[in-house]
Design a protein around this ligand. Structure first.
Ligand code: 6R9
Length: 653
């Protein structure tokens, strides 16, 4: 995440969206929260007495071995939640459910090559206990850091839960990261043991995880042991620090007494994508994070016992932590894990998976939705998607066109769409519709969840008038807030709490509309000032993507003598569309028509693809450099495909 630059002026928001969709009546009738009255009642209750509200939630969501005595100790910017309480996250995800759910699938796994596994809650608990004992046998103790560098296979969840069980702090590194990125993170975390696999499947090829680990090993100063699971490849000869996963768990006991940790005991460190500078190790603690992950999963996805829930994120990202593993398992539902790429071996894969497992809840990212949109409606329409009852979106602003396509083509017009805004740092969903209660507008994340105080302020801390863009702050602590930046407490204060003391700065711009709906406008470092007008680049992009010929668009600013900043749009076209100077003109006029002349891009460039981080976020910083003819600076370790950058540069010449 970028260190935000502060905008000089208000962000001007010009996109308006008038469509509104009430929750389907049938859906509301069965929902956990059924109306806006339900929502307002909880919101007001939380505002009146936050301690009573969060205390009650914490008791409902978790089993506490020792009850907490104090709900919150808030010494801005440091919060401690559920003090003197003791709990264990693995116990809450597994043991607690066993009397009822022992034979219920916890994980339905599908590998990219098509292999499948179903793992019940009972089996998962055994695997977790064996690994937990195995880790202990390697000398891992409460508070030690353990690295996890695995593909999207059940072992990834087993590894996280095993750490949580013994009070070790996990640090998952996305399997798509390079040896260098792995090594930096492991060194920063001071990890003692690293759990990996011989390889994983991605786009029909094996990702050589073990080879990457071997390359990084001489430079990983603190790693004492590497545990290697069998998945996709050849582990080669095991070196002196290596032990195979099978070997480690063989003969280990099926039981492992959970480590009853204090609520504030650290649960995990997760490095945020290095879009700028050195990645930050976001640290989350046990009690507050668990309460919030559990609650938000149930409310936002309206979980029911018989749901088959699929969040397509990788466990290497925060979405994978909170909404693939912990949130669903805290609620005892069945979570689907898919290892590979969305279009492997062909563009049907996602829809086949939904039909095969009769998935009822799908949670994915706008970038995936737009990619599918580009491939055409025929592909999903060939599959039986009638099991779906709810759709979620996360990771970026979703443009209204993609939102409508998701709702109509994937959801058959009957599924509520929840656009969920949150961050690695927030631990869980912060702004989102509650699907049985909130009328939705395409492209708006709607309202903060009850108990969350999201405010749109200017740099002085004054609320901005409705309709005007401002900076998004969270002005009260919440249970799942990050506790610090691992190893760099000053950076925690500087990055998040120095703009307005005591108020958490998100780095995002936002505005509200006349109905109080929140519209996210992208990172404030993605904001451009064109001839004195501040524009949200996301809005210009949204307008471009609304054009029938455009697949994806990224808009950045380029210094301009006359206007201050000129707008440069990078565009990928839908299949079968040829780039032409006429089309450029047409698109520029289209934006002017959709938003206004101030938003007309000064330059349009057609590209084969846009540079993205591994989590699918467009790397606007790189595009800004390309647009202004500068050499690329900073960290590119998370770039999905360096060729994209090379191609964009060639286009330049
Ligand atoms: C969960 C996750 C956080 C940043 C955040 C914002 C963007 C995420 C969004 C959204 C608009 C949404 N973002 N969800 N923007 N609408 N529904 O993605 O965490 O990887 O830390 O990214 O992503 O800009 O600040 P993370």
């Amino acid at each position: 995440m970028a260190e935000p630059q502060r905008p000089q002026q208000e962000i001007q928001s010009v996109l308006s969206e008038n469509r509104i969709f009430a929750p389907p009546e049938e859906f509301s009738r069965r929902a956990h929260l059924r109306s806006m009255e339900d929502y307002r009642r909880l919101r007001d209750e939380a505002a009146k007495d936050p301690q009573a509200y969060w205390g009650a939630r914490a008791r409902e969501e978790l089993y506490w071995k020792e009850p907490f005595k104090t709900v919150l100790d808030w010494k801005p910017p440091h919060a401690r939640w559920f003090i003197e309480g003791r709990t264990n996250l693995a116990y809450n995800c597994l043991d607690r459910h066993l009397p009822k759910l022992k034979d219920k699938p916890a994980i339905l796994f599908e590998g990219e090559p098509g292999d499948r596994r179903s793992i019940t809650y009972g089996e998962l608990a055994l695997q977790v206990n064996r690994l937990a004992n195995g880790l202990k046998s390697l000398g891992v103790r409460k508070g030690d850091r353990v690295g996890i560098y695995l593909p999207m296979v059940p072992e990834a969840a087993v590894a996280m839960l095993a750490c949580a069980r013994i009070g070790a702090v996990h640090s998952v590194v996305f399997g798509g990261f390079s040896a260098e990125a792995l090594q930096d993170r492991m060194n920063d975390a001071g990890a003692k043991v690293l759990l990996t696999a011989d390889g994983g499947w991605r786009k029909g090829a094996v990702v050589p995880l073990k080879k990457n680990v071997d390359a990084a090993l001489p430079n990983m100063r603190t790693i004492e042991k590497v545990v290697v699971a069998k998945r996709a490849g050849d582990a080669g000869t095991l070196g002196p620090k290596d032990i195979s996963w099978e070997e480690l768990v063989k003969g280990q006991s099926d039981t492992c007494e959970p480590e009853w940790v204090e609520s504030e005991h650290p649960l995990f460190v997760l490095y945020t994508s290095g879009s700028t500078g050195k990645p930050k190790g976001v640290l989350h603690s046990t009690g507050g994070y668990s309460v919030y992950a559990s609650l938000t999963t149930r409310w936002v996805f309206d979980l029911k016992e018989d749901d088959i829930y699929w969040c397509t994120a990788d466990v290497g990202w925060v979405t994978g932590h909170s909404y693939v593993v912990y949130g669903p398992m805290l609620n005892g539902v069945t979570t689907v894990l898919y290892e590979g790429a969305p279009t492997q071996p062909g563009p049907e894969r996602f829809w086949e998976i939904i039909a095969r497992y009769k998935i009822s809840i799908l949670y994915t990212a706008p970038t995936a939705i737009r990619a599918f949109m580009r491939l055409g409606d025929d592909i999903p329409r060939k599959h039986d998607l009638t099991s779906l009852r709810l759709l979620g979106s996360v990771g970026e602003p979703i443009n209204p066109e993609a939102w409508m396509w998701y709702r109509d083509v994937i959801g058959g017009g009957r599924c509520p769409v929840v656009d969920t805004w949150w961050q690695t740092e927030t631990g869980g969903i912060m702004i989102s519709p509650l699907p049985g209660a909130t009328p939705t507008k395409p492209g708006s994340a709607t309202f903060p969840l009850p108990g969350i105080h999201a405010e749109i302020l200017d740099r002085e801390g004054t609320p901005v008038p409705q309709g005007q863009g401002g900076l998004l702050f969270v002005t009260q602590p919440w249970p799942a807030m990050l506790r610090t930046v691992y190893g760099d407490p000053d950076r925690y204060v500087k990055t998040y709490f120095s703009d307005l003391p005591g108020k958490y700065f998100t780095g995002d711009g936002a505005r509200t509309d006349a109905d109080g709906y929140i519209w996210l406008m992208g990172r404030v470092d993605d904001v451009v000032n064109v001839a004195g007008h501040r524009l949200g680049t996301a809005e210009v992009e949204s307008a471009l993507v609304a054009h029938p010929r455009v697949a994806e668009a990224a808009v950045v600013g380029r210094p301009d003598d006359l206007k201050g900043t000129a707008l440069v749009a990078f565009i990928t076209l839908k299949k079968g569309t040829a780039p032409s100077p006429e089309l450029k003109k047409e698109l520029a006029s289209h934006v002017a028509k959709e938003i206004g002349a101030i938003a007309r891009p000064d330059e349009l460039r057609f590209a084969e693809a846009l540079p993205k981080t591994r989590s699918g976020k467009i790397m606007r910083r790189l595009l800004r450099d390309v647009a202004s003819g500068k050499q690329t600076t900073g960290d590119t370790t998370t770039l999905e495909d360096l060729n994209v950058l090379a191609t964009l540069r060639q286009d330049d010449e």
